[in-house]
Write a protein that binds this ligand. Structure first.
Ligand code: FAD
Length: 541
């Protein structure tokens, strides 16, 4: 049966009074659903077919948050999306859109409130309007990092799209909605939107438009918000340069990093450092490479120093801070940038430059029959594998390395509990010191290892990413982590280290100044009067 016929069928049902009438006034928030879950599920199955409707009522995530769902619908196109929104509107339901639902550690596909209808847009996965002259492309919500990488490869590998450290199966659009960030010169996704096609809660579609043009650019108001459902975005692509040279900057200790900070800022501002540079502490490097070492007691909490020692039991030594970045350009440009990096930072840091092909060659050496069983070469092979995967990100090659290595003490993904903290820190010595101090105190108090990255998102700020791992099936561990997380979140709030994005479990009260809160809620009322789309996400509605 066609979708049109099914909808007609539903309308006949409704006119016979099988649905309860929605008596809410336009401005009321939807607080309770007046149609039973079974009725919703039956109707959706009738409308869209059993294949497209999932009726499991609990959401799965890794942050220890239980929310019930009315149902989940696999949406294939705009007409179906519009039908879902109409259905939700008529039955006073809230909806929660996901692109690929891979928001692991922030809430995955879990809405902020119970009883919502999950709209899974992963089947809307068309790639269109690739413009090889003007370096842009349009993608729907279900296009994954891997999909776009393979598509561009097929088109001649002229361009790369930015990639994040998230799974190759994670989406690009959903990541952009969260203001995610990757590794290449186009790494700041909030800044790299050329147009958005949005379906408003009433089913109307509009385009935010491309700029320069007249009037405000509305793309920004749909990022980290709940004003509509984005059905397509146009993003810029990065033309592959003649050469990409990866580098690792190693600071032996914290002090060296502080001494180099003004120079790092200047290099970033003048775009000698043109990619996002990610600094990792030893704990982060170790956790990205392997699970908790088997030869140690699981009760032992590894300090940053312990991790450094474990890592440096290999010929590829790491620093206290190890920063991965890339230089892009033709041979002459790269030569110049390399010289500047060395000149500015060489006094404080060791810098290793390498191309992917060189690392691949070294790995081949490690695999030689006479060497491969020696501990030294085994360790070196493991380290090289990590570096190759992570530097692939600088070339726009998605990697499953970080998601494959997400387990630490947990035995399987079924056990994995993980919460990310993601505060923004001014790129100044004083602020980083204060930040590190408070972070270390809380991690120590709660007996947690401290994996930390500092990504230089621009010349004035770092985004810090920290994770707290736990066994989500152990209620005591969950409570412990919830407490630790909350304490640190509140400490950061006092010190004005604001998160760059929010997890579904984060308290969103008082996060904006009062006038901004008022403006956001007024916009919400104007475009979504019944507060239907993702109520409370980012503290709106
Ligand atoms: C090991 C690991 C590494 C990671 N590395 C990174 C990283 O380097 N950079 C990074 O940014 N993140 C990273 N993440 C976090 C996360 O996995 C990614 O941000 C991922 O891209 C989010 O999942 P998704 O793209 O499937 O988005 P979804 O889960 O589908 O959506 C994310 C959010 O956007 C909203 N949304 C989605 N689609 C729409 C739409 N069409 N319209 C309106 N709203 C929508 C959803 O409601 C949800 O709140 C990492 C996670 C892990 C576990």
């Amino acid at each position: 049966m066609s979708l049109g016929l099914l909808l007609k069928f539903e309308r006949i049902y409704m006119s016979k009074g099988i649905y309860m009438k929605n008596k809410q006034t336009q401005n009321e928030t939807i607080q309770e659903n007046r149609i039973s879950t079974e009725q919703v599920q039956e109707s959706l199955v009738r409308m869209f077919g059993a294949n497209n409707v999932q009726t499991g009522s609990e959401t799965q995530n890794h942050i220890g948050l239980q929310k019930t769902l009315m149902a989940s619908v696999k949406v294939h196109d705009r007409a179906m999306l519009k039908a879902c929104l109409n259905f939700a509107q008529q039955n006073s339901l809230s909806v929660y859109p996901i692109s690929k639902g891979m928001n692991i550690g922030y809430g995955k596909a879990t809405p902020n409130t119970n009883g919502q209808l999950l709209l899974d847009l992963s089947a809307m996965n068309r790639i269109s309007s690739y413009d090889s002259s003007f370096s842009s492309i349009e993608i729907e919500p279900g296009v994954s990092q891997k999909d776009l990488y393979l598509y561009l490869k097929e088109q001649g590998n002229i361009h790369m799209a930015d990639v994040t450290g998230a799974s190759p199966d994670a989406s690009i659009l959903g990541n952009t909605m969260e203001s995610g960030f990757g590794h290449t010169p186009l790494g700041d996704h909030r800044k790299n939107i050329l147009n958005m096609e949005v379906m408003l809660p009433n089913g109307e579609i509009f385009n935010t438009g491309s700029f320069p043009s007249y009037g405000p650019d509305l793309s920004g108001i749909f990022v980290q918000a709940n004003f509509g459902i984005v059905t397509k975005i146009k993003i810029p692509l990065f033309r592959r340069p003649e050469k990409v040279l990866s580098y690792v900057i190693k600071f032996k200790n914290e002090q060296d990093m502080y001494k180099a900070l003004p120079k790092l800022r200047a290099l970033r501002e003048s775009r000698v450092i043109d990619s996002l540079i990610h600094f990792a502490n030893p704990t982060r490097v170790l956790m990205s490479k392997q699970r908790f070492p088997e030869h140690l007691s699981p009760a032992q909490i590894l300090s940053e120093k312990d991790c450094l020692e474990l890592l440096n039991d290999s010929p590829l030594k790491v620093g206290f801070w190890s920063g991965l970045g890339g230089l892009y350009g033709d041979k002459d440009e790269i030569k110049l940038k390399k010289k500047k990096l060395k000149k500015q930072l060489g006094k404080h840091a060791q810098i290793a430059f390498f191309e992917l092909k060189q690392l691949n060659f070294l790995r081949k050496v490690c695999h030689l029959p006479i060497l491969k069983d020696l501990k030294l070469f085994k360790n070196m092979d493991l380290s090289l594998k990590s570096v190759i995967e992570f530097s692939g990100l600088l070339h726009g090659i998605p990697s499953s390395k970080a998601s494959d290595n997400i387990l630490w003490r947990e035995k399987s993904m079924d056990e994995l509990g993980i919460r990310w903290l993601c505060p923004v820190i001014p790129a100044s010595e004083d602020q980083i010191k204060i930040f590190r101090q408070v972070t270390k105190e809380v991690f120590r108090k709660y007996s947690l290892e401290l994996p930390m990255t500092l990504t230089m998102i621009n010349h004035t700020q770092f985004i810090c990413i920290l994770n707290m791992n736990f066994n989500k099936n152990n209620p005591a561990e969950l409570t412990h982590i919830d407490r630790a997380y909350k304490e640190l979140y509140n400490e950061y709030k006092k010190l004005n280290f604001k998160p760059y994005r929010l997890g579904v479990k984060d308290t969103a009260e008082d996060i904006y100044d009062p006038i901004k809160t008022q403006i956001l809620n007024e916009i919400k009322k104007a475009v979504d009067p019944s507060n239907m789309v993702a109520p409370k996400r980012y503290g709106i509605g």
